[in-house]
Design a protein around this ligand. Structure first.
Ligand code: CDP
Ligand code: CDP
Length: 231
């Protein structure tokens, strides 16, 4: 399509946002941008450097030392995040990062740092971005906004299966606690909390397969694209 389009996908943890976003990007030829990877990479840096999250100046100083970039695969529907020239992808999904990331992402300075960069990434090309505040704060004018949700226990099992593949010591309990903790912090924080944008379409995929949800959303994209071209 000749028109630049932004698809914003928000929702709770592990409801399948990134799975859907990557598949959409592949089908539509858009760039996929994982905004959560940015908060995770920042958290990794803060953990490694034992940054005191309550110390405003220490946080600002740490942010000034961080440079983030995405290196895309050839299809541009997936990427690795680089933290100061190091591929951080192998570390950012670890439980130790998951346990701290929501606390880090609630810090105002951290959010403005990440959001400024996210906004720049949407300037040139059509993109699909997923996260918590994409439809509300990053791209309030996105052409299509989705708010994804799924039954909490379905989400726990989905994430458990993913993590268990590389870490057989992980427990269901641990995953459940982490998802509950993050959902709680993410939706109650002061700075752009997780909430559905008024114009976001709710997608509950508890009982949808990946193929079914993709088909459904591709139809929505088709409708929006039609709506554009007549404008
Ligand atoms: O693991 P999951 O896919 O659920 O989360 P993620 O997308 O990797 O995001 C990790 C954490 O980063 C979230 O729990 C939020 O605390 C934070 N985040 C955010 O605050 N805003 C975003 N746009 C994306 C992520
Ligand atoms: O990005 P987010 O945290 O919202 O979730 P995800 O990492 O994309 O999805 C978590 C897991 O749910 C993945 O292993 C997906 O394959 C799975 N999933 C599923 O089983 N059925 C769906 N309709 C969507 C995702």
């Amino acid at each position: 399509s000749a028109h630049k389009m932004i698809i914003a996908i928000d929702g709770y943890s592990s409801c399948g946002k990134s799975t859907l976003a990557k598949e959409l990007a592949a089908r539509l030829g858009y760039n996929y941008i994982d905004s959560g990877a940015m908060y995770r990479a920042i958290t990794l840096y803060f953990l490694r450097n034992a940054i005191d999250l309550g110390d405003h100046n220490e946080v600002l100083d740490a942010l000034s030392q961080i440079s983030l970039s995405f290196v895309f695969n050839e299809h541009r529907n997936a990427s690795d995040i680089y933290l100061n020239d190091e591929n951080a992808e192998p570390f950012i999904r670890d439980m130790i990062v998951s346990e701290k990331v929501s606390e880090v992402a609630a810090i105002r300075e951290v959010r403005s740092f990440a959001v400024a960069q996210q906004k720049r990434m949407g300037r040139k090309k059509s993109i699909v971005m997923d996260g918590r505040d994409i439809g509300t704060a990053v791209f309030p004018d996105a052409e299509l906004k989705l708010f994804m949700t799924a039954d909490p226990e379905v989400r726990v099992i989905r994430r458990f299966k993913e993590l268990y593949a590389t870490n057989p010591n992980i427990t269901l309990e641990e995953v459940r606690d982490n998802l509950q903790l993050r959902d709680h912090i993410d939706s109650t924080r002061e700075e752009s909390p997780l909430r559905r944008a008024d114009d976001a379409v709710i997608l509950d995929n508890s009982n949808l397969s990946r193929e079914e949800q993709l088909k459904l959303v591709l139809e929505m994209v088709k409708d929006r694209t039609k709506a554009f071209s007549v404008k």
